[in-house]
Write a protein that binds this ligand. Sequence first.
Ligand code: GDP
Length: 167
Amino acid sequence: LFGNEEHKIVIVGLDNAGKTTILYQFLMNEVVHTSPTIGSNVEEVVWRNIHFIMWDLGGQQSLRAAWSTYYTNTEFVIVVIDSTDKERLSMIREELCKMLSNEELSKAGVLIYANKQDLKGSMSASEISRELNLTSIKQQQWHIQSCCALTGEGLYQGLEWIVSRLK
Ligand code: GDP
């Protein structure tokens, strides 16, 4: 799927967004190597040649300064959103803005998963897109994909977008 080169994907989102569920859907039935802890709120999983680094954007402020050390050579950022969590969307917008202004991520692709589409009251991808003002992202290429991590619906389409953009 990803060839022989190494790739690095950072998965972020607030707690409870569905990051772990999505990661494990990708890794299902595969032997996964988990790296020794690289930080208390950060997890790294290596699958084939892809390094997935995952953390909660809602994590302690004190750790945030350290996050940027994980950005180096990141090709894609996957932002996982709980589409029912309207209250915290503005928090995501702020964090996303901060993150994407980091020089290390200037060439990264950004995939946004509008997760939990199976739940009543979930916002659609276009509503989330509007709330996050995604069209204002000019430097990075981005794509929003609605999905349900529990069933895996939509996850593969998101990955296809990433694959289509691999250099
Ligand atoms: P994380 O904190 O971002 O890693 O979130 P988790 O992957 O641990 O998921 C948080 C909770 O949301 C768990 O109870 C999951 O089963 C649930 N969850 C994740 N994705 C979905 C989804 O698409 N639909 C529904 N209904 N629940 C989901």
